[in-house]
Design a protein around this ligand. Sequence first.
Ligand code: LLP
Length: 430
Amino acid sequence: MKEIYTIKNGELYIEDLSAAELARRFGTPLYVYSKQAVTERCGEIRETFLERYPGRAHASYASKAFLTPLFARLIAEQGLSLDVVSGGELYTAMRGGFPTERIAFHGNNKTIEEMEAAVDAGVGRIIVDALDEIDLLEEICPRYGRVQPVLFRITPEVKAGAHDAIQTGHRGSKFGIPMEEHILYPLIERAIHSPQVEFRGLHFHIGSQLFEAAPYLEALDHVLAAALEIRRRFGYSVPELVIGGGFGARYTDEERLPYAGFLDPVMARVRAWREENAFEPELCVGIEPGRSIVAEAGVTLYTVGSVKETPGGPKYVSVDGGMSDNIRPALYGAKYAATIANKAGELPDDVVTVCGKLCESGDRLIDGARLQCAARGDILCVFSTGAYGYSMANNYNKIPRPAVVLADGKDAQLLARRETYADMIACENM
Ligand code: LLP
Protein backbone atom coordinates (compact mmCIF):
# COMPACT_ATOMS: atom_id res chain seq x y z
CA MET A 1 0.00 0.00 0.00
CA LYS A 2 1.31 3.42 -0.93
CA GLU A 3 1.77 6.06 1.74
CA ILE A 4 -0.88 8.74 1.38
CA TYR A 5 0.98 11.70 2.85
CA THR A 6 4.62 11.95 1.79
CA ILE A 7 7.34 14.57 1.60
CA LYS A 8 8.98 15.05 -1.81
CA ASN A 9 11.53 17.76 -2.56
CA GLY A 10 10.78 19.28 0.84
CA GLU A 11 7.06 19.59 0.11
CA LEU A 12 3.97 17.76 1.34
CA TYR A 13 2.21 15.49 -1.13
CA ILE A 14 -1.28 14.05 -0.82
CA GLU A 15 -1.25 10.92 -2.96
CA ASP A 16 0.63 12.19 -6.07
CA LEU A 17 -0.40 15.82 -5.70
CA SER A 18 1.59 18.62 -4.16
CA ALA A 19 -0.47 20.24 -1.40
CA ALA A 20 0.86 23.69 -2.20
CA GLU A 21 -0.02 23.20 -5.88
CA LEU A 22 -3.57 22.14 -4.95
CA ALA A 23 -3.85 25.28 -2.82
CA ARG A 24 -2.75 27.42 -5.79
CA ARG A 25 -5.11 25.66 -8.16
CA PHE A 26 -8.27 25.59 -6.04
CA GLY A 27 -7.60 28.40 -3.54
CA THR A 28 -7.70 28.18 0.25
CA PRO A 29 -9.09 27.20 2.64
CA LEU A 30 -9.47 23.88 0.88
CA TYR A 31 -10.56 20.47 2.11
CA VAL A 32 -8.67 17.68 0.38
CA TYR A 33 -9.68 14.02 0.69
CA SER A 34 -7.54 11.10 -0.36
CA LYS A 35 -9.60 8.57 -2.27
CA GLN A 36 -7.08 5.89 -1.42
CA ALA A 37 -7.48 6.58 2.30
CA VAL A 38 -11.27 6.31 2.06
CA THR A 39 -11.20 3.13 0.01
CA GLU A 40 -8.61 1.52 2.32
CA ARG A 41 -10.89 2.02 5.30
CA CYS A 42 -13.91 0.72 3.40
CA GLY A 43 -11.81 -2.22 2.22
CA GLU A 44 -10.84 -3.01 5.81
CA ILE A 45 -14.55 -3.08 6.74
CA ARG A 46 -15.34 -5.38 3.83
CA GLU A 47 -12.46 -7.77 4.48
CA THR A 48 -12.44 -7.94 8.26
CA PHE A 49 -16.16 -7.67 8.89
CA LEU A 50 -18.54 -8.11 5.95
CA GLU A 51 -16.57 -10.93 4.32
CA ARG A 52 -15.43 -12.51 7.59
CA TYR A 53 -19.04 -12.80 8.79
CA PRO A 54 -21.06 -13.25 5.60
CA GLY A 55 -24.80 -12.81 6.09
CA ARG A 56 -24.21 -11.76 9.69
CA ALA A 57 -22.61 -8.36 9.21
CA HIS A 58 -23.84 -5.08 7.80
CA ALA A 59 -22.08 -1.70 7.51
CA SER A 60 -23.53 1.74 6.89
CA TYR A 61 -21.42 4.85 6.53
CA ALA A 62 -22.72 7.60 8.86
CA SER A 63 -23.01 10.34 6.30
CA LYS A 64 -23.18 13.17 8.85
CA ALA A 65 -19.38 12.89 9.04
CA PHE A 66 -19.03 14.04 5.43
CA LEU A 67 -21.42 13.91 2.52
CA THR A 68 -21.70 15.30 -0.98
CA PRO A 69 -23.53 13.65 -3.89
CA LEU A 70 -20.29 12.40 -5.47
CA PHE A 71 -19.02 11.15 -2.15
CA ALA A 72 -22.27 9.21 -1.64
CA ARG A 73 -21.57 7.56 -4.99
CA LEU A 74 -18.07 6.57 -3.87
CA ILE A 75 -19.49 5.00 -0.70
CA ALA A 76 -22.08 3.10 -2.76
CA GLU A 77 -19.30 1.77 -5.01
CA GLN A 78 -17.44 0.62 -1.92
CA GLY A 79 -20.34 -1.66 -1.05
CA LEU A 80 -21.41 0.13 2.10
CA SER A 81 -24.91 1.24 3.04
CA LEU A 82 -25.64 4.76 4.27
CA ASP A 83 -27.09 6.42 7.36
CA VAL A 84 -28.84 9.75 7.11
CA VAL A 85 -30.35 11.85 9.88
CA SER A 86 -32.27 14.51 8.01
CA GLY A 87 -34.24 15.24 4.89
CA GLY A 88 -31.20 17.16 3.65
CA GLU A 89 -28.85 14.21 4.00
CA LEU A 90 -31.42 11.96 2.34
CA TYR A 91 -31.77 14.42 -0.52
CA THR A 92 -27.99 14.70 -0.95
CA ALA A 93 -27.56 10.92 -0.99
CA MET A 94 -30.37 10.50 -3.51
CA ARG A 95 -28.90 13.20 -5.72
CA GLY A 96 -25.73 11.10 -5.69
CA GLY A 97 -27.81 8.15 -6.88
CA PHE A 98 -27.40 6.21 -3.64
CA PRO A 99 -29.73 3.17 -3.73
CA THR A 100 -32.49 4.10 -1.28
CA GLU A 101 -33.07 0.56 -0.06
CA ARG A 102 -29.53 0.75 1.35
CA ILE A 103 -30.30 3.94 3.29
CA ALA A 104 -31.24 4.01 6.98
CA PHE A 105 -33.02 7.09 8.30
CA HIS A 106 -32.17 8.24 11.83
CA GLY A 107 -32.98 11.19 14.04
CA ASN A 108 -34.34 11.92 17.50
CA ASN A 109 -36.92 14.33 16.11
CA LYS A 110 -37.75 13.45 12.54
CA THR A 111 -40.32 15.83 11.16
CA ILE A 112 -43.45 14.46 9.57
CA GLU A 113 -42.19 15.75 6.21
CA GLU A 114 -38.89 13.90 6.70
CA MET A 115 -40.67 10.67 7.56
CA GLU A 116 -42.88 11.04 4.52
CA ALA A 117 -39.85 11.66 2.31
CA ALA A 118 -38.08 8.61 3.77
CA VAL A 119 -41.08 6.31 3.32
CA ASP A 120 -41.75 7.68 -0.14
CA ALA A 121 -38.11 7.14 -1.14
CA GLY A 122 -38.30 3.56 0.06
CA VAL A 123 -35.47 3.73 2.57
CA GLY A 124 -34.41 0.33 3.84
CA ARG A 125 -34.73 1.15 7.54
CA ILE A 126 -36.18 3.85 9.72
CA ILE A 127 -34.58 3.94 13.15
CA VAL A 128 -37.43 4.69 15.53
CA ASP A 129 -36.22 7.06 18.21
CA ALA A 130 -39.34 8.78 19.54
CA LEU A 131 -42.28 7.22 21.30
CA ASP A 132 -44.88 8.37 18.79
CA GLU A 133 -43.00 7.46 15.61
CA ILE A 134 -44.88 4.17 15.25
CA ASP A 135 -48.17 6.16 15.34
CA LEU A 136 -46.82 8.50 12.69
CA LEU A 137 -45.59 5.67 10.49
CA GLU A 138 -48.94 3.91 10.74
CA GLU A 139 -50.53 7.03 9.42
CA ILE A 140 -47.90 7.71 6.70
CA CYS A 141 -47.13 4.22 5.33
CA PRO A 142 -50.57 3.37 3.90
CA ARG A 143 -50.47 6.58 1.85
CA TYR A 144 -47.33 5.32 0.10
CA GLY A 145 -48.38 1.68 0.02
CA ARG A 146 -45.32 0.70 2.07
CA VAL A 147 -44.63 -1.58 4.97
CA GLN A 148 -41.64 0.11 6.58
CA PRO A 149 -38.85 -1.97 8.14
CA VAL A 150 -37.83 -0.36 11.44
CA LEU A 151 -35.25 -0.72 14.18
CA PHE A 152 -35.71 0.75 17.65
CA ARG A 153 -32.87 2.87 18.95
CA ILE A 154 -32.58 2.21 22.63
CA THR A 155 -30.51 3.91 25.30
CA PRO A 156 -28.30 1.19 26.74
CA GLU A 157 -27.15 3.31 29.69
CA VAL A 158 -23.48 3.16 28.86
CA LYS A 159 -21.35 6.26 29.15
CA ALA A 160 -18.60 6.37 26.58
CA GLY A 161 -17.03 9.00 24.35
CA ALA A 162 -14.22 11.46 24.24
CA HIS A 163 -16.30 14.49 25.21
CA ASP A 164 -19.61 15.05 27.02
CA ALA A 165 -21.10 16.53 23.85
CA ILE A 166 -20.56 13.31 21.88
CA GLN A 167 -21.82 10.86 24.50
CA THR A 168 -25.16 9.53 23.42
CA GLY A 169 -25.84 6.18 25.09
CA HIS A 170 -26.31 7.29 28.69
CA ARG A 171 -29.48 7.52 30.71
CA GLY A 172 -30.93 10.97 30.20
CA SER A 173 -29.69 11.26 26.63
CA LYS A 174 -32.05 12.95 24.19
CA PHE A 175 -31.43 10.02 21.84
CA GLY A 176 -33.15 6.69 21.92
CA ILE A 177 -35.93 4.96 23.76
CA PRO A 178 -35.29 4.34 27.45
CA MET A 179 -34.91 0.67 28.34
CA GLU A 180 -37.53 0.99 31.10
CA GLU A 181 -39.78 -2.04 30.83
CA HIS A 182 -43.07 -0.20 30.84
CA ILE A 183 -41.88 2.10 28.01
CA LEU A 184 -39.93 -0.22 25.74
CA TYR A 185 -41.90 -3.45 25.59
CA PRO A 186 -45.40 -2.07 24.97
CA LEU A 187 -43.92 -0.09 22.09
CA ILE A 188 -42.18 -3.15 20.67
CA GLU A 189 -45.38 -5.15 21.02
CA ARG A 190 -47.21 -2.53 18.98
CA ALA A 191 -44.53 -2.56 16.29
CA ILE A 192 -44.54 -6.36 16.10
CA HIS A 193 -48.28 -6.40 15.57
CA SER A 194 -48.52 -3.37 13.32
CA PRO A 195 -49.38 -4.14 9.69
CA GLN A 196 -47.60 -0.95 8.60
CA VAL A 197 -44.15 -1.58 10.03
CA GLU A 198 -41.83 -4.55 10.12
CA PHE A 199 -39.99 -4.65 13.42
CA ARG A 200 -36.43 -5.81 12.67
CA GLY A 201 -34.56 -5.28 15.92
CA LEU A 202 -32.61 -2.96 18.16
CA HIS A 203 -30.05 -0.24 17.66
CA PHE A 204 -27.71 1.67 19.92
CA HIS A 205 -24.97 4.23 19.46
CA ILE A 206 -23.00 4.90 22.60
CA GLY A 207 -20.64 7.70 21.66
CA SER A 208 -17.73 8.71 19.51
CA GLN A 209 -13.98 8.43 19.31
CA LEU A 210 -13.74 5.11 21.17
CA PHE A 211 -10.62 2.98 21.26
CA GLU A 212 -11.72 -0.23 22.96
CA ALA A 213 -14.35 -2.88 22.54
CA ALA A 214 -15.43 -2.87 26.21
CA PRO A 215 -18.20 -0.22 26.02
CA TYR A 216 -19.68 -1.90 22.92
CA LEU A 217 -19.72 -5.23 24.74
CA GLU A 218 -21.33 -3.64 27.77
CA ALA A 219 -24.10 -2.10 25.65
CA LEU A 220 -24.40 -5.30 23.64
CA ASP A 221 -25.19 -7.27 26.79
CA HIS A 222 -28.11 -4.93 27.46
CA VAL A 223 -29.60 -5.35 23.98
CA LEU A 224 -29.00 -9.11 23.95
CA ALA A 225 -30.91 -9.32 27.23
CA ALA A 226 -33.68 -7.26 25.62
CA ALA A 227 -33.71 -9.59 22.59
CA LEU A 228 -34.28 -12.56 24.90
CA GLU A 229 -37.01 -10.68 26.71
CA ILE A 230 -38.69 -9.88 23.38
CA ARG A 231 -38.58 -13.55 22.45
CA ARG A 232 -39.97 -14.57 25.87
CA ARG A 233 -42.79 -12.05 25.81
CA PHE A 234 -43.80 -12.06 22.18
CA GLY A 235 -42.31 -15.23 20.72
CA TYR A 236 -40.38 -13.13 18.20
CA SER A 237 -36.63 -13.43 17.56
CA VAL A 238 -35.22 -10.15 16.28
CA PRO A 239 -33.08 -10.65 13.18
CA GLU A 240 -30.93 -7.49 13.54
CA LEU A 241 -28.87 -5.52 16.03
CA VAL A 242 -26.96 -2.34 15.20
CA ILE A 243 -24.12 -1.25 17.48
CA GLY A 244 -23.69 2.26 16.03
CA GLY A 245 -20.49 4.04 15.09
CA GLY A 246 -17.91 5.73 17.27
CA PHE A 247 -14.79 3.83 16.21
CA GLY A 248 -11.87 6.12 17.01
CA ALA A 249 -9.68 7.95 14.50
CA ARG A 250 -6.16 9.27 14.80
CA TYR A 251 -6.00 13.06 15.12
CA THR A 252 -2.60 13.53 16.77
CA ASP A 253 -0.98 10.56 18.47
CA GLU A 254 -3.90 8.24 19.23
CA GLU A 255 -3.45 4.56 18.40
CA ARG A 256 -6.33 3.58 16.15
CA LEU A 257 -7.79 0.15 16.89
CA PRO A 258 -8.48 -1.80 13.66
CA TYR A 259 -12.18 -2.54 13.09
CA ALA A 260 -11.54 -6.19 13.95
CA GLY A 261 -10.37 -5.11 17.40
CA PHE A 262 -13.91 -3.94 18.10
CA LEU A 263 -15.88 -6.31 15.95
CA ASP A 264 -14.30 -9.73 16.50
CA PRO A 265 -15.10 -9.56 20.24
CA VAL A 266 -18.62 -8.33 19.44
CA MET A 267 -19.23 -11.16 16.98
CA ALA A 268 -17.76 -13.71 19.40
CA ARG A 269 -20.05 -12.47 22.16
CA VAL A 270 -23.10 -12.65 19.89
CA ARG A 271 -22.22 -16.14 18.75
CA ALA A 272 -21.68 -17.46 22.28
CA TRP A 273 -24.96 -15.88 23.36
CA ARG A 274 -26.86 -17.44 20.46
CA GLU A 275 -25.51 -20.88 21.27
CA GLU A 276 -26.23 -20.50 24.96
CA ASN A 277 -29.79 -19.40 24.31
CA ALA A 278 -30.53 -21.45 21.19
CA PHE A 279 -31.39 -18.20 19.47
CA GLU A 280 -32.58 -18.76 15.91
CA PRO A 281 -32.47 -17.59 13.18
CA GLU A 282 -29.13 -15.91 12.49
CA LEU A 283 -28.63 -12.43 13.96
CA CYS A 284 -27.16 -9.76 11.71
CA VAL A 285 -24.93 -7.17 13.42
CA GLY A 286 -24.73 -3.72 11.87
CA ILE A 287 -22.18 -0.94 12.35
CA GLU A 288 -22.38 2.75 11.43
CA PRO A 289 -18.87 4.15 11.19
CA GLY A 290 -18.54 7.79 10.19
CA ARG A 291 -15.41 9.39 11.57
CA SER A 292 -13.19 6.33 11.27
CA ILE A 293 -13.75 6.22 7.49
CA VAL A 294 -13.17 9.87 6.68
CA ALA A 295 -11.32 11.68 9.48
CA GLU A 296 -7.78 10.72 8.52
CA ALA A 297 -8.62 10.77 4.81
CA GLY A 298 -9.14 14.55 4.86
CA VAL A 299 -6.88 17.54 5.45
CA THR A 300 -7.50 21.26 5.32
CA LEU A 301 -5.12 23.58 3.49
CA TYR A 302 -4.94 27.22 4.54
CA THR A 303 -2.85 30.19 3.52
CA VAL A 304 -0.90 31.76 6.34
CA GLY A 305 -1.57 35.48 6.86
CA SER A 306 -0.40 37.47 9.82
CA VAL A 307 2.21 36.04 12.15
CA LYS A 308 2.06 37.82 15.49
CA GLU A 309 4.21 37.61 18.63
CA THR A 310 2.35 38.60 21.80
CA PRO A 311 4.11 39.90 24.92
CA GLY A 312 4.10 37.02 27.38
CA GLY A 313 1.57 35.15 25.24
CA PRO A 314 1.70 32.74 22.35
CA LYS A 315 2.96 33.43 18.87
CA TYR A 316 -0.06 33.42 16.59
CA VAL A 317 0.06 32.03 13.09
CA SER A 318 -3.21 33.15 11.50
CA VAL A 319 -4.87 31.33 8.64
CA ASP A 320 -7.59 32.30 6.17
CA GLY A 321 -10.26 30.05 7.72
CA GLY A 322 -10.88 28.86 11.24
CA MET A 323 -13.95 27.89 13.24
CA SER A 324 -16.11 28.45 10.17
CA ASP A 325 -14.53 25.41 8.48
CA ASN A 326 -13.51 23.51 11.64
CA ILE A 327 -15.55 24.20 14.74
CA ARG A 328 -14.36 21.10 16.56
CA PRO A 329 -11.51 22.70 18.58
CA ALA A 330 -13.87 25.42 19.84
CA LEU A 331 -16.74 22.99 20.47
CA TYR A 332 -14.97 19.96 21.90
CA GLY A 333 -11.40 21.07 22.59
CA ALA A 334 -10.43 18.78 19.69
CA LYS A 335 -6.70 18.47 19.03
CA TYR A 336 -5.05 18.51 15.60
CA ALA A 337 -1.57 18.33 14.12
CA ALA A 338 -0.29 20.46 11.23
CA THR A 339 2.66 21.09 9.00
CA ILE A 340 3.64 23.83 6.61
CA ALA A 341 3.14 22.07 3.31
CA ASN A 342 5.70 24.05 1.33
CA LYS A 343 8.30 23.62 4.13
CA ALA A 344 7.39 20.07 5.14
CA GLY A 345 11.02 18.98 4.82
CA GLU A 346 12.23 21.53 7.38
CA LEU A 347 12.38 20.91 11.12
CA PRO A 348 9.26 21.94 13.07
CA ASP A 349 11.18 23.86 15.71
CA ASP A 350 8.68 26.64 16.41
CA VAL A 351 5.79 26.35 18.88
CA VAL A 352 2.81 28.51 17.94
CA THR A 353 -0.92 28.91 18.25
CA VAL A 354 -2.68 28.46 14.94
CA CYS A 355 -5.69 30.76 14.92
CA GLY A 356 -8.39 31.55 12.41
CA LYS A 357 -9.71 34.85 11.09
CA LEU A 358 -13.10 34.86 12.84
CA CYS A 359 -14.16 37.40 15.41
CA GLU A 360 -13.90 35.08 18.42
CA SER A 361 -10.97 34.65 20.79
CA GLY A 362 -11.88 30.97 20.86
CA ASP A 363 -11.18 30.73 17.14
CA ARG A 364 -7.96 28.80 17.69
CA LEU A 365 -7.37 25.67 15.65
CA ILE A 366 -4.26 24.37 17.42
CA ASP A 367 -2.62 25.47 20.65
CA GLY A 368 1.04 24.56 21.03
CA ALA A 369 1.43 23.52 17.39
CA ARG A 370 4.94 22.38 16.46
CA LEU A 371 5.56 24.03 13.12
CA GLN A 372 8.29 25.07 10.76
CA CYS A 373 8.95 28.82 10.86
CA ALA A 374 5.81 30.27 9.29
CA ALA A 375 5.57 33.31 7.06
CA ARG A 376 2.77 35.04 5.17
CA GLY A 377 1.88 33.09 2.04
CA ASP A 378 2.88 29.67 3.38
CA ILE A 379 0.39 26.82 2.98
CA LEU A 380 -0.57 25.26 6.29
CA CYS A 381 -1.94 21.73 6.23
CA VAL A 382 -4.05 20.59 9.19
CA PHE A 383 -4.37 16.79 9.25
CA SER A 384 -7.35 14.56 10.03
CA THR A 385 -10.04 17.12 9.34
CA GLY A 386 -12.09 14.79 7.14
CA ALA A 387 -14.85 14.08 9.67
CA TYR A 388 -17.30 16.73 10.83
CA GLY A 389 -15.32 19.58 9.27
CA TYR A 390 -17.12 20.36 6.03
CA SER A 391 -20.34 18.93 7.43
CA MET A 392 -20.28 21.35 10.38
CA ALA A 393 -18.93 24.31 8.40
CA ASN A 394 -20.82 27.56 8.75
CA ASN A 395 -20.88 31.09 7.41
CA TYR A 396 -20.08 33.02 10.58
CA ASN A 397 -18.64 36.40 9.64
CA LYS A 398 -20.02 35.72 6.15
CA ILE A 399 -17.06 33.57 5.28
CA PRO A 400 -17.79 31.26 2.31
CA ARG A 401 -17.51 27.52 2.84
CA PRO A 402 -14.32 26.13 1.27
CA ALA A 403 -14.16 23.93 -1.79
CA VAL A 404 -13.67 20.18 -1.43
CA VAL A 405 -11.34 18.17 -3.62
CA LEU A 406 -10.87 14.41 -3.91
CA ALA A 407 -7.27 13.45 -4.64
CA ASP A 408 -6.97 10.25 -6.67
CA GLY A 409 -3.38 9.54 -7.66
CA LYS A 410 -2.42 12.44 -9.92
CA ASP A 411 -6.04 13.55 -10.40
CA ALA A 412 -7.97 16.06 -8.36
CA GLN A 413 -11.75 15.98 -8.64
CA LEU A 414 -13.83 18.84 -7.31
CA LEU A 415 -16.51 17.43 -4.99
CA ALA A 416 -17.79 20.87 -4.03
CA ARG A 417 -16.84 24.26 -5.37
CA ARG A 418 -16.08 27.15 -3.04
CA GLU A 419 -19.13 29.16 -1.98
CA THR A 420 -19.33 32.66 -3.39
CA TYR A 421 -20.50 35.76 -1.59
CA ALA A 422 -23.58 35.58 -3.80
CA ASP A 423 -24.26 31.98 -2.65
CA MET A 424 -24.18 33.17 0.92
CA ILE A 425 -26.88 35.76 0.43
CA ALA A 426 -28.89 33.76 -2.11
CA CYS A 427 -31.68 33.23 0.46
CA GLU A 428 -31.59 36.76 1.80
CA ASN A 429 -33.96 39.43 0.52
CA MET A 430 -32.57 42.59 -1.08
N1 LLP B 1 -24.56 6.35 14.29
C1 LLP B 1 -25.25 7.23 15.02
C2 LLP B 1 -26.62 6.92 15.41
C3 LLP B 1 -24.68 8.44 15.39
O1 LLP B 1 -25.37 9.30 16.11
C4 LLP B 1 -23.35 8.74 14.98
C5 LLP B 1 -22.72 10.00 15.32
C6 LLP B 1 -22.67 7.79 14.21
C7 LLP B 1 -23.31 6.61 13.90
C8 LLP B 1 -21.28 8.00 13.69
O2 LLP B 1 -20.35 8.16 14.71
P1 LLP B 1 -18.78 8.22 14.33
O3 LLP B 1 -18.39 6.87 13.82
O4 LLP B 1 -18.62 9.28 13.32
O5 LLP B 1 -18.12 8.57 15.63
N2 LLP B 1 -19.84 16.30 15.57
C9 LLP B 1 -19.16 15.41 16.50
C10 LLP B 1 -19.59 13.99 16.32
C11 LLP B 1 -21.07 13.79 16.52
C12 LLP B 1 -21.43 12.37 16.27
C13 LLP B 1 -22.88 12.20 16.31
N3 LLP B 1 -23.32 10.90 15.99
C14 LLP B 1 -17.67 15.54 16.28
O6 LLP B 1 -17.25 16.35 15.45
O7 LLP B 1 -16.88 14.88 16.95
